[in-house]
Design a binder for this molecule. Structure first.
Ligand code: HEC
Ligand code: HEC
Length: 271
């Protein structure tokens, strides 16, 4: 018995030693890992701290000092937990935020923050709750997109976007003094961010609705649309056949009336 026990203890002890070694290694790596992470994170946590400070000064009056939303100020900023870095980059980078005065919809004004400051504000708001991240350049760069993709982007645009933004992306009015803006000067980044964050009345087009390659096709289509040379003649803002017909009518009939008045006045003088 004792012989057997000794024989059995031996491999058991070895297994125990192995387990102990694994445990020590595991403990060491968990001890080391946060150390490594925090040293790699110092840039980011510094950025978050910088963003928090900028936020307190420029945004807290409406959004609450911790982005919890404000109900006491005259302009009630919504809570920002979960809107994501992409929403901050879109809102601040397009000049909508910080809002200056009450309005049905934040108007676009010159951008008030540097790129680094916007990144810091975005990093801070991203810590408030999970939300869409700022897309990477390869997600919205359209270099090398094929003509077929551009055509597909046009179809996707007409199905998903033209109801508000018009067939040529010229924009249009919405109820309640709101409007869908023209997309002529929107950057690729802002088109992508608008789709993933859905500002104001705009729906969110997540990746189940429009896959990343669909979003890229739409961006490529808009770029193509807005770089197309004018076909000649006045495009009247691309507002479509109704307004163009109305314009022709006003000029045509207006011209005839003016001509008639002119003839009549001649007639009077000849008497
Ligand atoms: C004067 C008040 C005011 C200030 C200052 C202000 N905001 Fe806003 N913000 C609003 C209002 C009101 C809305 C919602 C209206 C809209 O979307 O047009 C809004 C919307 C937003 C949104 C969109 C939220 C969403 O649901 O997607 C973000 C992001 C945002 N603000 C960030 C900021 C940041 C960052 C700053 C500071 C640089 C800032 N705001 C300063 C009033 C303000
Ligand atoms: C229900 C109406 C609606 C639909 C559908 C819609 N949008 Fe919008 N979109 C809006 C509104 C409203 C705004 C302005 C939000 C604001 O000012 O806060 C906007 C803003 C934008 C902007 C920002 C423009 C700028 O200032 O640079 C882009 C880009 C955009 N939309 C693209 C799209 C694309 C692409 C689609 C289709 C996939 C789409 N939108 C579908 C209503 C809509």
């Amino acid at each position: 018995m004792s012989f057997l026990a000794a024989r059995r203890r031996h491999p058991a002890a070895r297994a125990l030693l192995l387990l102990l070694a694994l445990f020590v290694m595991g403990a060491l790596s968990t001890l080391l890992a946060p150390g490594q992470q925090s040293s790699a994170d110092t840039g980011t946590s510094q950025q978050v701290a910088e963003g928090k400070a900028l936020f307190a000064v420029g945004c807290g009056s409406c959004h609450g000092l911790n982005g919890e939303g404000q109900v006491t100020s005259t302009i009630q900023g919504p809570p920002l937990a979960g809107v994501g870095a992409a929403s901050v980059e879109f809102q601040v980078g397009s000049g909508r935020m910080p809002m200056a005065a009450p309005a049905a919809q934040a108007p676009v004004h010159p951008v008030r923050y540097s790129e680094a400051e916007i990144a810091a504000l975005a990093a801070y708001v991203a810590t408030l709750g999970p939300g869409p991240a700022i897309p990477a350049p390869e997600e919205y760069n359209t270099a090398g997109v094929s003509q077929e993709d551009i055509a597909r982007g046009g179809e996707l645009f007409r199905t998903n976007c033209s109801a508000c933004h018009n067939f040529e992306g010229a924009g249009g009015a919405l109820p309640g003094g709101k409007y869908a803006p023209s997309l002529k000067n929107s950057s690729n980044l802002h088109i992508y961010e608008a789709m993933v964050t859905g500002p104001q009345q705009m729906p969110v087009f997540n990746d189940d609705v429009l896959r990343p390659e669909d979003k890229k096709a739409i961006i490529a289509y808009l770029n193509d649309l807005h770089s197309r040379p004018n076909q000649g003649g006045l495009d009247l803002g691309g507002l479509g056949p109704v307004s163009e017909g109305l314009w022709a009518w006003i000029i045509g009939i207006g011209g005839l009336i003016a001509f008639a008045v002119w003839i009549a006045s001649k007639g009077v003088k000849a008497k």
